[in-house]
Design a protein around this ligand. Structure first.
Ligand code: HEM
Length: 111
């Protein structure tokens, strides 16, 4: 991530959006299913010198593991079609207002 020694072994935290479509998981694809990912976090990750202190033994019950593995696919869904008139909208406050509203061709054309 950076050239800092403290960041050795660190990876950008990925989005979980559409996660049930993006197996295998982790930077090296080492976890084939979301159930394996839940097991990985439950055991506090894999021991290594760069392990983040936030990763620790969770001791989830089987029901909690099942619930978590069932929740993750809920972050996947049909994509919302984006009208081509939004293609120039950037990540500005104005852009966010524009994307929050339905497309009104005439109103946008006057901008
Ligand atoms: C039970 C809690 C958690 C769940 C269910 C979870 C879920 C996931 C999943 C499904 C992935 C794989 C995404 C992919 O490969 O597309 C992932 C990766 C990742 N998560 Fe988590 N996560 C949890 C906790 C955490 C915590 C506490 C941290 C930060 C300390 C974290 C940081 C990361 C990072 C950096 C990656 C990328 C790892 C790599 O590429 O090797 N996650 N997580």
């Amino acid at each position: 991530m950076t050239s800092l020694e403290a960041d050795r072994g660190a990876f950008k935290t990925p989005t979980l959006r559409e996660v049930s479509r993006t197996a295998p998981y982790m930077h090296d694809g080492s976890l084939g299913t979301l159930e394996y990912v839940v097991e990985y976090y439950d055991r506090g990750g894999n021991r290594n010198s760069g392990l983040d202190p936030e990763l620790r033994l969770l001791k989830l019950t089987d029901a909690e593991k099942r619930a978590l593995a069932a929740f993750l696919p809920a972050l996947t869904g049909a994509t919302v079609p984006v009208p081509s008139s939004y293609s120039a909208v950037t990540d500005t406050a104005e852009g966010q207002r524009a994307t929050a509203r339905p497309a009104h061709g005439a109103a946008r054309a006057r901008r």
